[in-house]
Design a protein around this ligand. Sequence first.
Ligand SMILES: C[S@@+](CC[C@H](N)C(=O)[O-])C[C@H]1O[C@@H](n2cnc3c(N)ncnc32)[C@H](O)[C@@H]1O
Length: 233
Amino acid sequence: MQFSQTMSQSAYVNNVIQIHRPQVYLEIGVATGRTLFSPPFPPLSIGVDPAFSSTVPQTEQGTIMVFKMTSDEMFDKGIIDETLSGRHIDLAFIDGMHLCEYVMRDFINTVARCRKGSLILIHDMFPKSIEHASRERTQDVWTGDVYRFGVALMRYNPGFPIAFIGDTAGTGMALVRVVDPTLRFAVTPEEMTQFMLSLPPQQGVPILRKHALSVKSKTHILFLANQLKARRV
Ligand SMILES: C[S@@+](CC[C@H](N)C(=O)[O-])C[C@H]1O[C@@H](n2cnc3c(N)ncnc32)[C@H](O)[C@@H]1O
């Protein structure tokens, strides 16, 4: 494993793909494909982004498909299930609309299509300023209020092992091990949204930061190793 404290989020995700070797990888929010179109290529990579305007590269190592639509559309219209055709999502990178209720839906919809030992990565947990964390995008670097979902995940966690990493380039990541894909939140999405939106701006970020691991830490490496072990059992 070659994790470094200065690596970009793309390099981080591609390192995890290399270790985890998912059969199916899902990326919500593709942009230009900096992460999705970089090796290693799993047998099936699925991307979704309503503003996608690049060309999907061909690779002999795997199939890459990108749906030009919102993730809600892809899930609600059954497009993901048609594409999976009985397979499961082994690794997901949630990096689409940076508003907490969107991230919550992306997470819930993704977990429902995971299997034991799947891993979900959620980008943008650590806004560096109030402007980064704003629900309105006012500048190029924008984490939105994804951190609010991080706080809700800790509060309502039905039993997923969760870790946060804060020292890759960019704005930090949450890692969720799907030890049991049937686990569900005990609150409704509406209740969770109400809780998230009641948090004052950036409240909870210091708590998440307190839990954040370094990418080079043994605990982080062990977290990924345990997830791999769970897949083999
Ligand atoms: C930060 S970029 C993604 C970067 C990409 N994951 C990477 O690693 O290079 C966020 C992307 O999310 C897309 N997006 C916005 N709303 C979305 C939605 N509802 N569903 C899926 N993607 C969305 C945007 O169009 C944008 O391209």
